[in-house]
Design a protein around this ligand. Sequence first.
Ligand code: XBP
Ligand code: MG
Length: 239
Amino acid sequence: MKLEAMIWDVDGTLVNSEELHRFAFNRAFKEFALDWRWSRRTYRKLLDVTGGKERIRFYVKLSSMSEGCLAIPLEELHARKTEIFHDRIQNGDLALRRGVKTVLDQALNNGFRLAIATTTTLSNVETLFESGVLSSWQWEVVVAGDQVERKKPAPDVYLEALRRLNLSPKRCIAVEDSENGLMSALAAEIPTIITTNAYTRYQNFDGAVAVLEDLGETTKMLGVGHFEAWHAAALALVP
Ligand code: XBP
Ligand code: MG
């Protein structure tokens, strides 16, 4: 079955954005006089909880507080975090990860359809488009975490992307960075490539077609043809 579409995760995959998310969370906490500061070490653990609002809610419970003790509604705190994140993207603080541009260019030259399936908010993805980071390519489908009922590791964003693409999972390949993302894509039966980062390097990627530091090596050595080889290998593995 021919590879027809690539479905990309955003945070940690297209862009190394989690440090900027962590900065935005900490800046919002400071603005609301909360004496919270998420270190890299804490954030690595909190990233097991997908979704910024869910992550804050989990942290409140972890600190054995009740959401009621927050001086401001959690939604307002997360909304301010998102505004800070947007400002930094518009300042040009985010760029594509190594090798991503080359793979996207080659994907388009090979007629692959492009889609996004992310846990972050649609407004964050739109800001990435407005900043120019993603706008050099035709993205046919964008599914964000606030458009589906359940966030990753549930398959909802990938199932919705397949529905909008009107493609079977076996005609696609997903690109992810985290165990939650891999579980989500595999639950939708999509062959998945992992590119790790500092936050996800030691997670469990059983079931991935390939696990890479980043796409730089691929494009240098083999280009997008490698994706088709991985895709064929993955199809050979699934019943
Ligand atoms: C990563 C996430 C998001 C971001 C924070 O999404 O889990 O929650 O960490 O963004 P993905 P929000 O890797 O699926 O792109 O605060 O907007 O949730
Ligand atoms: Mg990710």
